[in-house]
Design a protein around this ligand. Structure first.
Ligand SMILES: NC(=O)C1=CN([C@@H]2O[C@H](COP(=O)(O)OP(=O)(O)OC[C@H]3O[C@@H](n4cnc5c(N)ncnc54)[C@H](OP(=O)(O)O)[C@@H]3O)[C@@H](O)[C@H]2O)C=CC1
Ligand SMILES: Nc1nc(=O)c2c([nH]1)NC[C@@H]1CN(c3ccc(C(=O)N[C@@H](CCC(=O)O)C(=O)O)cc3)C=[N+]21
Length: 361
């Protein structure tokens, strides 16, 4: 259900606030006077400014210390570029080996949002030349039936990646189901062996979870320095927050994790050069939470009522965009930020899997 919309971000949806958190209301946010983050846009992407989409990089650099508008990290266009690269690689793989990468998606139940996500993944696969396979199981399926479907895809040589759409119906044990995905086809990177390797020094997972991988890819492609920087990840879920924190740490950031029991999340977040927010609460992160010049990656996808939209709602992130724009040096929009990157990383993981299984460099 969509929550109330507050166009000025003056109130966030409080339903999921943790026990120690107070709502922050009407607090004035700091205006940026000095940008401390060394913003270095690469030439690979045009960096759009919220105030002028067509400035040159040098203008952007000189504007950093005085301007009040963050640069938009354009996930939609980066994702398109990655999809184009993947499509080219798939043609090469097919011409050299005859192999076509295949992704199987298992959807249990009939949640509208999950059906939409699965449909979008299927379309994205078709567009780059990945074969997509789908198993739709009824809501009242047993755990054994889901595992049987996964086992079928584990044993199917035309399938190189398996994704079990989450959330699963409540009566199912998510752990048992995700454990049954073959580690070499675990393109979501949710298998405990993959997560375990991600968390260990000197080990590498076969796959990195798509959303955090997409966040890192955005930081890399926009030339954001990570080593030695302070990063705060808000949220610690298995699928986003926790692996995002591990990835930042692997690249030598100093990482803090803010969760629903964190006291004074605002103060902790304000220390960060890089903020990744993955909570699911609209407008939780106010401008006052952001250190001037920080880079903000907003993973949250939250529907809010909007009578002017044909659907009656629109999507916003966890971060109060209008406020954060005035403080951050760069920020991802919602939609058009991390979301498209998640899908691009899923395609990328599926292609890597096909290459690895068939020993293609
Ligand atoms: N753009 C994309 O591609 C994707 C977007 N999403 C979106 O990202 C958001 C998070 O998803 P997901 O990780 O699956 O969500 P979960 O509900 O699994 O996790 C939410 C996390 O946020 C923490 N949290 C909840 N309330 C607060 C609060 N008030 N202050 C600080 N931390 C809080 C929780 O803490 P605790 O652990 O203490 O409960 C938990 O760790 C959602 O909006 C989801 O739709 C998700 C996947 C992909
Ligand atoms: N096994 C599994 N793997 C997942 O990766 C997974 C999942 N289950 N369950 C649900 C979440 C959510 N998720 C999103 C993917 C793309 C967008 C996306 O493309 N969003 C668009 C907007 C889409 C719209 O307009 O509806 C955007 O942000 O621009 C959003 C969210 C993946 N998830």
């Amino acid at each position: 259900m969509a929550s109330m919309v507050f166009s000025d971000c003056s109130t966030s949806a409080t339903a999921r606030l943790g026990p120690f958190q107070k709502r922050i209301s009407g607090q004035a946010f700091q205006l940026r006077t000095l940008v401390s983050f060394p913003w270095r846009p690469t030439n690979r992407f045009l960096v759009h400014s919220t105030s002028s989409r067509f400035r040159s990089s040098s203008t952007i650099a000189s504007a950093m210390s005085t301007d009040t508008a963050a640069k938009i990290i354009d996930g939609k266009s980066v994702a398109k570029q990655i999809r184009d690269e993947i499509a080219g690689d798939i043609v090469k793989l097919k011409n050299a080996t005859g192999i076509v990468p295949g992704l199987a998606v298992i959807l249990v139940g009939s949640r509208k949002d999950s059906q939409t996500y699965v449909r979008n993944k299927k379309k994205a696969c078709e567009a780059v030349g990945i074969m997509s396979y789908e198993a739709n199981l009824p809501e009242d399926s047993t755990e054994e039936e889901v595992i049987k479907s996964i086992t079928g895809f584990n044993n199917d040589p035309s399938v190189h990646g398996i994704l079990v759409q989450l959330p699963l119906p409540r009566h199912m044990n998510e752990e048992n189901i995700l454990n049954s995905v073959g580690i070499e086809k675990d393109v979501d990177g949710f298998h405990p062996l993959n997560i375990g390797r991600l968390s260990m020094q000197g080990r590498d997972p076969l796959f990195v979870p798509c959303t955090p991988k997409g966040c890192m890819e955005l930081l890399h492609r926009y030339g954001v320095e990570i080593k030695g920087k302070r990063a705060v990840v808000i949220g610690r879920s298995n699928i986003v927050g926790m692996p995002a924190a591990l990835l930042l740490q692997r690249e030598n950031a100093t990482v803090s994790i803010v969760h629903s029991y964190t006291k004074n999340p605002e103060e902790i977040t304000r220390q960060a050069d890089i903020v990744i927010s993955a909570v699911g609460v609209a407008n939780l992160v106010r401008g006052s939470w952001i250190k001037p010049g920080a880079v903000v990656i907003d993973v949250g996808i939250n529907p809010v009522d909007d009578a002017e939209s044909p659907k009656g709602y629109r999507l916003v992130g966890d971060v109060c965009y209008e406020e954060a724009c005035k403080v951050a040096s760069a920020i991802t929009p919602v939609p058009g930020g991390v979301g498209p990157m998640t899908i691009a990383m899923l395609l990328s993981n599926t292609l890597s899997s096909a290459k690895r299984i068939h020993n293609f460099q």
